[in-house]
Design a protein around this ligand. Structure first.
Ligand code: 5GP
Ligand code: ZN
Length: 112
């Protein structure tokens, strides 16, 4: 289910343009508009979950699916020497878009 007032749902629907690097029936991966590393991708499920903490065991199958796809997508996009995955959960983590997403950061040696 997608949500009308969510930026990432709009990107999934094609209502907001994005630089897509991978798409299938369950997930979309696109370039972050304000990259924090040489390679900065965002992986989103094609279902609106606000927060990691909203997911139940069944929903988590979708996360598992995404985590299994990410290594290949990262390698194809310049992260051949490693990468970092980040999920920001809530305000203290600095989450600004409330559609669950996985940051993929790499393409260079990352400072911690
Ligand atoms: P958060 O802080 O919620 O974990 O990360 C949200 C990310 O989404 C940020 O890194 C921000 O740069 C990115 N972002 C916000 N709006 C857009 C947009 O319209 N397009 C793209 N491609 N990225 C966006
Ligand atoms: Zn959404």
């Amino acid at each position: 289910m997608l949500k009308d007032d969510c930026i990432f749902c709009k990107i999934i629907k094609g209502e907001i343009p994005s630089q897509k690097v991978y798409e299938d029936g369950k997930m979309l991966v696109f370039k972050d508009i304000e990259p924090k590393a040489k390679v900065h991708l965002l992986a989103v499920a094609k279902t609106h979950f606000k927060l990691l903490s909203e997911m139940n065991g069944g929903d988590a199958e979708l996360l598992k699916y995404m985590l299994c796809k990410i290594p290949g997508i990262a390698a194809e996009n310049g992260c051949n020497n490693g990468y970092r995955l980040i999920i920001n959960q809530g305000a203290d983590a600095g989450q600004t878009v409330f559609h669950l997403h996985i940051h993929i950061l790499g393409g260079e040696t990352l400072p911690w």
